[in-house]
Design a protein around this ligand. Sequence first.
Ligand SMILES: Cc1cc2nc3c(=O)[nH]c(=O)nc-3n(C[C@H](O)[C@H](O)[C@H](O)COP(=O)(O)OP(=O)(O)OC[C@H]3O[C@@H](n4cnc5c(N)ncnc54)[C@H](O)[C@@H]3O)c2cc1C
Length: 304
Amino acid sequence: MDAHIKERMKEIGGETILFDAPMSQYTTFRVGGNVEAMYRSGNVEELKEMVVFLIDEGIPYLILGAGSNLLVRDGGLDGVAIVLDGSFASIEDTNMAEPHIVAGAGLLLDKLVDLCTERGLAGVEFLAGIPGTVGGAVAMNAGSEGQEIKDVIGEVTVLTRCGVVERRDRFGLSFTYRGLDLGMGEIVLNARLNLKFDKPASIRKRVISRVKRRKDRFPLDMASAGSVFKNPEADHAGRLIDAVGLKGKRVGGAMISPKHANFIVSTGKASASDIVALVDLAMAKVREIFGIQLIPEIKIVGKA
Ligand SMILES: Cc1cc2nc3c(=O)[nH]c(=O)nc-3n(C[C@H](O)[C@H](O)[C@H](O)COP(=O)(O)OP(=O)(O)OC[C@H]3O[C@@H](n4cnc5c(N)ncnc54)[C@H](O)[C@@H]3O)c2cc1C
């Protein structure tokens, strides 16, 4: 990254710009090389200016939520990781006549669930325990136990590559299984979630039982990015990986979890290439034995 680009980025983003930032500190896998620059944006006007500048200069950027679905390769990332913070990490609006909440993209899902519970707003309990942000959940169409965030989305506000803020209602959005078809470089700024009234105590009870079920099923005591693969039609990626005998398989410091075969965990000293090797091995074995092509749910980015 040229000196003049760095200077201009500092003019726009000020103290929030960090150069050569270790992505291992910003992803739940805790692996990966450095990103050339990290920019924490706290307001939309500044974000617009930065995005337009980066596009004009041909500099790639990646929106980074809580990094809980990202595997950054060991050679690091070119360009800029943009984190939505400040005003993006809060509840922007609720209306008690019509039960809904407008949540900023940078807000953590557990915080969202807590705030909804306190206010007696039901409908997002299925997001409890998913360690991402609202923006990441919208971009990934996050879900659990048969529910997905698209089920409660009323509207999403997006910043386009041209620096235009657009509001798109549910019907103008193409959600897929663990995905949303956003235009290239588009950034989710907030989401309006349509909820229902309920007693906080009843909501809390459902949240607690969800979190308990997750603790029982998933290896939450080790670094991971959750489910590595999407479930194939009418089957489970974890069942297939188990059936080809890979549960507990290790490469370097990475391991296919003995608790849940669709999780790859770091035993503490994994590199991204160890994890990628296990991803490739699971795909090859399942294809060889079952003729099924597993598709990664995690986003693998950066240079090897
Ligand atoms: C222990 C564990 C358990 C998990 N369990 C589940 C589960 O039950 N269900 C489930 O669905 N997922 C699960 N996940 C995966 C992950 O938490 C979700 O995919 C989550 O929604 C990712 O959010 P994030 O903020 O961390 O996104 P990141 O990982 O930071 O980013 C993921 C993708 O979304 C894009 N993105 C992020 N924010 C924005 C934005 N504002 N605008 C545009 N694009 C954006 C990124 O560029 C990237 O492509 C789990 C992960 C872990 C570690």
